[in-house]
Ligand binder design. Structure first.
Ligand SMILES: [Zn+2]
Length: 312
């Protein structure tokens, strides 16, 4: 369990989680400036419902209070220009929120009291606005479905899965879906990485962006895009994920394993190189470590067989 790639250096444990939010009067400008990803929201109502639901999910797991930081589009653009950062990126919005905080513009803690004005900037009471169960029960529009190819790096025969997954899925849930599709047992922490983002298991105290506040669309923006999913910072199982296709939204878009090949390696064996040694020992009965490999993998183990594969 050696921490790797600097995951433990950097910021200390967060004392407050900041939720960046565009108030109603900033929403149109945010769209026009390309500051919002095409997630599931069609209008500001969908957007604040999604924000409320994200904060509820964060509150269930977060060890720190949540603070709403209201974003101002011209001010955010000016900040991005000053710092040479991309205003469309969530890390920039979070850095901007942090800068606002440091300069004395503290946001409100979430959730408000039931009878207090809602966090969203409407004049209504929280219980009648974003805290209203009827408001939260409104079905969001159908998200697009992303077809992803997930391939485990450094192993032969190849271990890969092709899955369809709704674009608005939070990355914490994407992690659990990848675990299911590959055949892992979700015993270790994980991290998603792109050229610009590091988004990590919310149980980590690395100070990187937590995966339960971030949705798949923010790292899988177009067909051909790739990102990396690393599972277990000890064995460091590294998966390359490619967006193969973006399908239009539909009412039946759910997580589906479409195809795949190769058996998932056992957990805690030391990673891809160790797995290759294990397979070599398994295949060669003249080796002194053959019996141990058979015991570990099981006599019927077939490295080419996808555990969830249907016959034929
Ligand atoms: Zn509200």
């Amino acid at each position: 369990m050696q921490p790797t790639r600097g995951l433990t250096r950097g910021a200390p444990r967060a004392t407050v989680y900041q939720m960046a939010y565009f108030p109603p009067e900033q929403y149109e400008a945010a769209w026009t400036q390309g500051l919002l990803n095409a997630t599931s929201h069609r209008d500001h109502g969908d957007y604040r419902r999604e924000t409320q639901q994200t904060m509820q999910a964060m509150a269930e797991r977060a060890a720190a209070p949540i603070q709403i930081v209201r974003l101002d589009v011209p001010d955010l653009l000016a900040y991005a220009q000053r710092t040479g950062t991309d205003p469309a990126r969530r890390p920039t919005r979070l850095a901007y929120a942090g800068w606002l905080h440091k300069t004395g513009h503290t946001g409100d803690l979430w959730p408000p009291e039931r009878n207090s004005p809602c966090w969203c900037g409407s004049a209504a009471k929280y219980k009648k606005c974003c805290g209203n169960p009827a408001f939260l029960a409104i079905e969001p529009p159908d998200p697009a479905s992303l077809v992803l190819r997930i391939e485990l790096n450094g192993v032969t025969p190849p271990v890969w899965r092709r899955v369809a997954i709704p674009s608005n899925t939070t990355l914490d849930l994407v992690h659990r879906m990848i675990q299911d599709a590959m055949g892992w047992s979700d015993e270790h922490m994980y991290v998603f990485e792109t050229d610009e983002h590091t988004i990590i298991d919310p149980r980590s105290d690395s100070g990187e962006a937590p995966a339960d506040g971030e949705r798949l669309v923010s790292i899988a923006t177009e067909a051909g895009a790739t990102f990396t999913y690393v599972y277990d910072f000890g064995d460091e199982w590294t998966h390359t994920v490619t967006v193969e296709e973006i399908r239009p939204g539909g009412p039946h878009n759910t997580f589906t394993v479409l195809d795949g090949g190769g058996a998932c390696p056992p957990e805690d064996i030391g990673g891809a190189a160790a797995y290759q040694h294990l397979l070599a020992a398994f295949a060669d009965s003249s080796r002194p470590d053959h019996d141990d490999a058979v015991e570990l993998l099981g006599e019927d183990f077939d490295p080419t067989r996808h555990h969830g594969a249907t016959a034929g």
